[in-house]
Design a protein around this ligand. Structure first.
Ligand SMILES: Cc1cc2nc3c(=O)[nH]c(=O)nc-3n(C[C@H](O)[C@H](O)[C@H](O)COP(=O)(O)OP(=O)(O)OC[C@H]3O[C@@H](n4cnc5c(N)ncnc54)[C@H](O)[C@@H]3O)c2cc1C
Length: 297
């Protein structure tokens, strides 16, 4: 199907985009990689009268590694997947390499993904596990919003009208930290059926100082599994504890049966993914190599 007719505007800067969006009103939408918006427009599930294209704004696609890792909002998934700077926070690479297929990864942006706040998207659990912050520009100036406050509900964010995402800031993990993200997908070009993001911080006596565990896809927003985190904090991470994490995840997961699988199947998968993610995160926190692959079934 063809989308409804719309006017196309090319922003020269983020300030110009904010000004255009503000003038054009609620019938205007920013356009980033178009990998969510254009399919929705073709299905007429979204029918904006104006698109404000962010793609031609200079210096909006970058990965800078300083005290934090700063990702420009227009940075494509593929750029993150191949970036040496991003690879120093391996959970980011796990996520970026597994998003859909090369076409989507070459066009889709991290800023567009979080602005979309699709509950089945891959970035939210990862950015929550890493305590990322979202930087924005709107008619009232710049804001820095913790990702947990930015994503408010399915397809709902803290963005105000005419406000755009400009940057995602991921704190550099401390020494002896490691994270991992694993998603179960039916095949490459579809969204995950369930996913797990884990970020661990150990001490030099191999005691877990902090654990952040999020499940993706199973709720309207990513689900934090506090009970599983509590099993790890202050403890040595043994095989028995990892098994208990899997059980805690299965207890808390409340999936719905749908075309991606039955609720029972997804609950089992969530437990298994969480265990694998903890194992990989632990190896990485210890400075060991751990290759993470999404599972396709
Ligand atoms: C076949 C297919 C499979 C996919 N599979 C996956 C998957 O497995 N995992 C996954 O995570 N994603 C998947 N995606 C989505 C993909 O990751 C998109 O990149 C992402 O959802 C949106 O990014 P975008 O840059 O394309 O944004 P767009 O589609 O351009 O925009 C999405 C929304 O965000 C708004 N927006 C965009 N940029 C900004 C900004 N800077 N500030 C404010 N608002 C903004 C737009 O107005 C729009 O409402 C898939 C997409 C397709 C087509």
């Amino acid at each position: 199907m063809y989308p409804r007719a719309f006017a196309y505007h090319r922003a020269k800067s983020y300030a110009d985009a904010v000004s255009l969006l503000s003038q054009l009103g609620e019938e205007a939408r920013p356009l980033a990689g178009g990998q969510s918006l254009i399919p929705l427009m073709k299905l007429r599930l979204s029918a904006p009268r104006h698109l404000v294209d962010l793609s031609f704004i200079p210096q909006t696609s970058y990965i800078h590694s300083n005290e934090a890792l700063c990702l420009g909002a227009m940075t494509r998934h593929a750029e993150i997947a191949t970036s040496a700077d991003a690879a120093r926070i391996p959970i980011l690479r796990d996520c970026a390499t597994g998003i859909a297929d090369p076409q989507v990864r070459n066009m889709g942006t991290i800023g567009g993904s979080i602005a979309e706040a699709d509950p089945t998207g891959d970035w939210a659990p990862v950015l929550l596990a890493t305590s990322a912050t979202v930087r924005t520009l709107g008619t009232n100036g710049e804001r820095s919003i913790p990702i947990g406050e930015f994503i408010q509900d399915a397809y709902t964010t803290a963005l105000q009208p005419a406000e755009v995402v400009t940057e995602i800031v991921v704190p550099q993990p401390t020494e002896r930290s490691g994270g991992a993200y694993i998603a179960l997908k039916r095949c490459a070009p579809v969204y995950a059926s369930v996913s797990a993001a884990v970020q661990l911080t150990m001490d030099d006596a191999q005691i877990c100082r902090d654990a952040r565990i999020y499940l993706g896809v199973l709720g309207l927003t990513a689900t934090r599994v506090n009970a599983a985190e509590d099993l790890l904090r202050g403890q040595q991470i043994t095989a028995q504890r990892i098994a208990a994490v899997g059980e805690a995840v299965m207890d808390i997961a409340q999936p719905q049966s749908d075309m991606r699988g039955s609720a029972a199947y997804k609950r089992q998968a969530a437990g298994a993914l969480a265990k694998q993610a903890v194992e990989a995160a632990l190896k990485r926190a210890r400075g060991e190599q751990a290759e993470v692959m999404h599972l396709y079934a």
